[in-house]
Design a protein around this ligand. Sequence first.
Ligand SMILES: Cc1ncc(COP(=O)(O)O)c(C=O)c1O
Length: 380
Amino acid sequence: MIPLSVPEIRGNEWKYLKQCLDTNWISSAGGFVDTFEESVAKYVGSRYAVATNSGTSALHMALHAAQVEENDEVFVSTLSFIAPANAIRYVGAWPIFIDSEPEYWQMDPSKLIEFIENNCSFESGKLYNKDSNRKISAIIPVHILGHPCDMDPIMNIARTYNLKVIEDASQSLGATYKSKPVGTIGDIGCFSFNGNKTITCGGGGMIVTNQKASASSIRHLSTQAKSHPIEYTHDQIGYNYRLTNIQAAIGCAQLEQIDDLLYAKRNIAKTYENALQNTHGLQLMRCAPWATHTYWLYTILVDPDVYRNSSRELLTVLASENIQTRPLWQPIHKSKAHESSGVYECPVADRLSSHALSLPSSSGLDPASQSKVIESILTN
Ligand SMILES: Cc1ncc(COP(=O)(O)O)c(C=O)c1O
């Protein structure tokens, strides 16, 4: 089987894990947690970083820190893994789904503006959705597939209407927007380190921010809001979202190799691009002139009217040859899980979702396996 995206364990992972076991620091405190936080902060250039046990819990904590309240509304990319929309519901707020732009497939800032101009009022420094009468308090742009959203217009909208910006950079650690690392442009950035991400802890997440108060409140809330160093007293309903030292040890070893892993991903992308660029009916993923792309999952659009198969038919053919590919996510505005959030028209995301196929993109993908994938696409 040629897998879609699997971890590449070739650095100090074993050594650091052994250190955890030998020293008995295996749980939710320990030197690797601190080092991982410091290393991620340094890598992206943020003042603070707080580790969590998943990217989803990072988003949940970020929404708390951004003071998104029950019955607020939050703009979020509809073409995304479902986690950011779920996190919005965890705090009792409601998502407003924003369509993708067709070029790079990210949140379309012009659709944000259109929604605000057609559906909102701005009173006493607060933005309201005129249909629901709810306050809109934040934007979650999701940098999908290793490419950034166009952040300047998103930040302008946020400043104009007093909205907090939480970047969901789970899929795009290492990508930059106009030379700025994703995750550091808005108020708070979130990352995921689950098994299929560019670097992994097995499972884990990270919140980065330059705001001391946000970092402190996230640290407090994600560790059960314990208010005394010795006594078991608590001043809020907290969560146990801590990363373990074992997970952080793997994360530290992985982060040491990120330049090599990204180099490998970019080479894999270049090879796909060179081989597939003239194939009728396939549209390849692009990188904006203002971006650096990490090509987390190399994704193509398959036009069923021109190429011989639809994206799903191609998926089945490749699976029969032991090549694992996968579609993009159902746009969240179409998800049964979020049907109570209202009805949204997002035709670009709908088309991208039905045409897209992500190809094997592990940083350890060997040239022979990649040639097999390419050959199958060209000949089926
Ligand atoms: C865009 C996005 N947000 C959030 C998450 C959630 O991360 P985790 O699986 O670590 O909870 C993921 C990945 O799984 C993701 O792709």
